[in-house]
Design a protein around this ligand. Sequence first.
Ligand code: HSE
Length: 401
Amino acid sequence: MPNKKISIGLFGFGCVGQGLYDVLNESQGLQASIEKICVRDKSKKRRLDAGRFTYDKKDILNRKDLDVVVELISDTDAAFEIVSTAMKNGVNVVSASKEMLAKNFAELFKLQQQHKVSLIYEGSVGGSIPILRNLEEYYDNELLQNVRAILNGTCNYIVTRMELEGKDYGEILKDAQANGFAEADPWLDVSGCDAKYKILLISVHAFGILLKPDQILNLGIQNIRYEDILYAKEKNLRIKLISRSEKIGDKYRVFVMPHFIDKSTELFNVMYEYNAVEVEGAFSCKQTFTGKGAGSHPTGSAVLSDISALTYNYRYGYKKLKKFMNGNGIIPDATKSLDIDFNIKVYVRFSNKSEIEKLEIVSIEEEYKSAKNNYIIATVNFKSLFHFCGNKDSKVFICAI
Ligand code: HSE
């Protein structure tokens, strides 16, 4: 559809939807108009005329004159329904729903091939950072070794302000919600789930491996306390929630957990809601992409860039994924390629020994006990960390060293 005015059907007019509306209004280059916006909540006051909205998804999905469906809603099941229906109708889709994409990737990949439509989702990972298309295209012939990234703006905003202002975790989380960084359910942010969905998508485009979300360890910052930040500060370190996807021989290690990091990495200086993706290749060495990872306008601008990419018929080539498919159209199960059997050095803070009895400790390097808290620096079996993954009752804080 080059040079033609693009007609958009938009689902969702929350933080990102409104951001898209604003950046589209400011955009000089792209001729595009939002024809209809489908929203769920009839009682909510909107900043646009009521005539711009509908509450019935069919008012968009049944239209034949739309070029693109843009899906920016937080209900994962409803998002999948919308995206898959649009694709079956032969319409190109732009989505920023990382959870929906990560949970339904194989099916969405199939629909793209079957219906010869494009589904692009740059806004789902790293906010404004153009990373997926870069991994897909630019690093095609590069011997990529690993990706280490800060992928959740809310968590980075929380640890930054805890460190700089000594403020309480809960208070800062409220600010992150007020600023439109956090998910509708902020547990997704602080538990590392959101970052896990994003590193899953990165792994597809970086290495061509597709994992299921529950195969990827996510330890979050939900139990972090100021004393953990102080421990880091004393050693000139910072705590960051890091997502890693690494190739080691013919195996991959993919996981999300807090890390102590030092000044030697550019990730050290990534603060507030900024995200960063450090890509390491055999020949290019380390390259770091940074930018705002959350918020209305940064994410809206990534979505706009996807809409613009559709004007030159862009679609992900999935070259690396297809290399593993042996031409049979089926994405292979990556379980065999996943390495979860290794040892990792961690800081563990807990109040009672019974809280960490499931942790397989290989050796303890340092141990500290006080009336309120205990911590150990230990080498543990990585697999045993899964006992703490997504556990809402656990108060243990675990951080890689
Ligand atoms: N809640 C997400 C974050 C929004 O804080 O990074 C952007 O994906």
